[in-house]
Each structure stands twice: as structure tokens, then as C-alpha cells.
Design a protein around this ligand. Structure first.
Ligand SMILES: [Ca+2]
Length: 134
């Protein structure tokens, strides 16, 4: 099996595992996307998404396959969710992701993104599978 195929399979498993965790909420979030983090430093930002608050699904970010440039490997990353507003964007709180998933609960209608605001080891973070749901 090629590296690409393994990555795809793992991404699907991470997504399925995360969906299982939120099985008590509506079956499908109004939106979700899979992405990849390739060598982010602190300050790195995700793409923006529009949450229309059309369901009760929590905003969460799941990581699978985490590494850093440090010999100590990966321990944890601090992620801060921001509401994209006119003027300084509003922090919705910081969560510590230990290569699992973190949640900010069900959010109000707005545009959001998350930012890497801390990295325990190393300067560069790579995450093979990033799953965002809102
Ligand atoms: Ca929602």
C-alpha cells in the first residue's frame, strides 16, 4: 500500500471516530472539512468557515498523525478558535490538542477559524489528518 493510500485510510478512520464521539447530536454536522497542517509555526491559521448555526453540532478540531521538528516529537498543541469580525478577531477560547480532538461547543452564527497559539516541543507542527466540524 502506498503512503498516499495509508494516509487516506487513516483520515477516514479519524473522521469516523470523531463522528462516533458526537453521535448523540444530529447525525450530520452542517459542515465539516478535512485538511492537513504542513510545518505550521505558532501563528499559523486554518481556512475560514461560515457557521450558520443551523444545527446543535459542536465546533471541534480533530488531529491524527502529529509530529514536530523536535527530537522530543509531539506532545501537545494549543489551538485558539477565533470569530472573524470587523476589528480585532474575538477569541472563543484555547484548547490543548494532544493529537485527539478538542471542542468549543455549539457556536453562534459567524465566520470562524482556528490558530496555532502554542506548541510544546519544536517550532514546526505537522498533522497528517485534520478534521474540522461545526
Ligand atoms: Ca453547529
Amino acid at each position: 500500500m502506498s503512503l498516499t493510500n495509508r494516509t487516506t485510510v487513516r483520515g477516514a478512520l479519524v473522521g469516523a471516530a470523531l463522528l462516533g464521539l458526537v453521535a448523540t447530536t444530529p447525525a450530520y454536522a452542517e459542515g465539516s472539512f478535512n485538511s492537513y497542517i504542513g510545518g505550521w509555526q505558532v501563528g499559523g491559521e486554518s481556512r475560514r468557515w461560515d457557521d450558520r448555526n443551523s444545527d446543535d453540532v459542536a465546533t471541534l478540531v480533530g488531529f491524527g498523525g502529529c509530529s514536530t521538528d523536535s527530537g522530543s516529537g509531539f506532545s501537545s498543541a494549543s489551538l485558539t478558535l477565533y470569530k472573524d469580525v470587523f476589528g480585532p478577531d474575538e477569541s472563543q477560547g484555547t484548547r490543548t490538542n494532544t493529537c485527539n480532538y478538542v471542542s468549543w461547543g455549539d457556536k453562534a452564527t459567524a465566520k470562524y477559524y482556528f490558530k496555532l497559539t502554542g506548541l510544546k516541543y519544536g517550532q514546526y507542527l505537522t498533522v497528517q489528518d485534520v478534521y474540522t466540524q461545526y
